[in-house]
Ligand binder design. Structure first.
Ligand code: NAP
Length: 359
């Protein structure tokens, strides 16, 4: 008998085993067995692995082999909770997350508007064009990773009735109040809800996630130990990568994010309109500006638009930015005016020149 999550999955493509966890990749003999796909293990809702089948009898391949430290490493990884994670919206950021989830040994399944099956395959994930097939895989966690603008339509298109009743829904949108309200409104009351925002992306996080902020709000996590554990296991993915874990309400996030994020993206996109080019005499400051352009413009315009449309604080920020620019310009022109007046009225013959003031 197959483990419970696989019983309904007949017409769908098989899920390839996840790649070996980081650090063991170049040592095939040290690789832990992909326990999720091992018929002698079953993942419980708590994310723990339990032996199933013929009395949980241990087979030779399960026993400690070759090196003691190998069994130690495998043991540790096997004991660690592994999740089956569905990523809905398998675009730029979805794939970026999938890479690390898979590297930690979690099983990844993906779904998106476009066909990203080749990218999924290269990450050791399975891709389902049809959301029904995805939901019938009964993931432990569904991560919503679509553009902010399309999230509502995508969520409404998911056949939620095909998921397990206790599924954990996570969103990673760059705004937080909007998905929180949406998930509370559209998901059945049995589903758990975790709103998150990894405050980094494929550019800023390309050299690792260590020290980068990860914001989360446990909007609705059931009381049972299983549900609390599953949520902890998911958060642990980011903690293990060294993220700075920040628990914060969605409201507080959006207040802060307008300045931190919308402002940064606006300035980056504004500078991009100047078509700045590197020169042989670049200063550090100028290099920083060029980097800002690259960092912000490599994200889709949909993302930027979503930051504006779905954060109540963005309009005010845009107005403040315009006021600040006008005030700075006024200050510059004000000083220029004072200098011109001095030159005009302090020179002996009333006609100013830079030298006239000194005579
Ligand atoms: P994005 O442009 O915000 O979203 C692209 C994703 O949305 C793709 O998976 C795309 O699907 C899907 N999508 C777009 N329009 C759609 C529609 N009409 N119907 C169905 N799906 C649609 O770019 P992203 O960078 O990948 O961001 C994804 C999410 O992660 C966003 O909510 C963003 O706020 C959040 N996030 C991004 C970053 C970052 O640095 N990029 C950081 C933190 C959080 P297809 O590819 O299949 O067309």
């Amino acid at each position: 008998m197959l483990p419970t999550p696989y019983r309904f999955a007949s017409p769908s493509p098989p899920i390839p085993p996840p790649p070996p966890p980081r650090g063991l990749r170049n040592m095939p003999f040290l690789r832990p067995k992909p326990a999720l796909f091992n018929p002698f293990f079953r993942l419980t809702t708590s994310g723990r692995l339990r032996r199933t089948g013929a009395g949980g009898a241990m087979r030779a391949m399960d026993a400690a082999q070759v090196f003691d430290h190998e069994s130690g490493a495998s043991e540790e990884l096997d004991q660690r909770a592994r999740l089956k994670i569905a990523i809905v919206g398998f675009g730029n950021f979805g794939q970026f997350l999938a890479r690390t989830f898979a590297a930690q040994g979690h099983a990844i399944i993906g779904h998106s508007r476009s066909d990203h099956s080749a990218a999924a395959r290269s990450l050791g994930a399975a891709f389902f064009r049809d959301p029904h097939d995805l939901c019938e895989q009964h993931p432990d966690v569904v991560v919503l990773c679509t553009s902010i603008l399309s999230t509502e339509a995508v969520l409404r298109s998911l056949p939620l009735q095909r998921l397990r009743r206790s599924t954990l829904f996570v969103d990673v949108l760059s705004v937080k109040e909007f998905p929180k309200n949406l998930l509370l409104q559209l998901l059945p009351p049995d589903f758990d809800i975790l709103c998150t925002h990894p405050m980094f992306g494929p550019e800023s996080g390309k050299h690792g996630w260590s020290g980068l902020p990860f914001v989360y709000d446990k909007v609705r996590i059931g009381d049972s130990e299983d549900r609390a554990n599953r949520c902890r296991c998911f958060l642990d993915i980011f903690a293990r990568e060294g993220c700075r874990m920040v628990e914060m309400s969605c409201t507080e996030h959006d207040e802060n994010a307008a300045e931190i994020q919308f402002l940064t993206h606006t300035v980056g996109r504004l500078l991009a309109k100047l078509d700045l080019k590197p020169t042989p005499i670049n200063t550090k400051g100028f290099e920083t500006l060029l980097e800002l352009v690259e960092n912000t413009c490599s994200d889709s315009f949909d993302l930027y638009n979503g930051l504006f449309m779905y954060n109540n604080n963005s309009t005010e920020l845009l107005e403040r930015l315009e006021l600040a620019f006008n005030s700075l310009r006024k200050e510059l022109f004000g000083r220029l005016h004072v200098n011109l007046r001095k030159q005009l009225f302090q020179s002996p013959n009333g006609v100013g020149s830079p030298g006239a003031e000194e005579n």
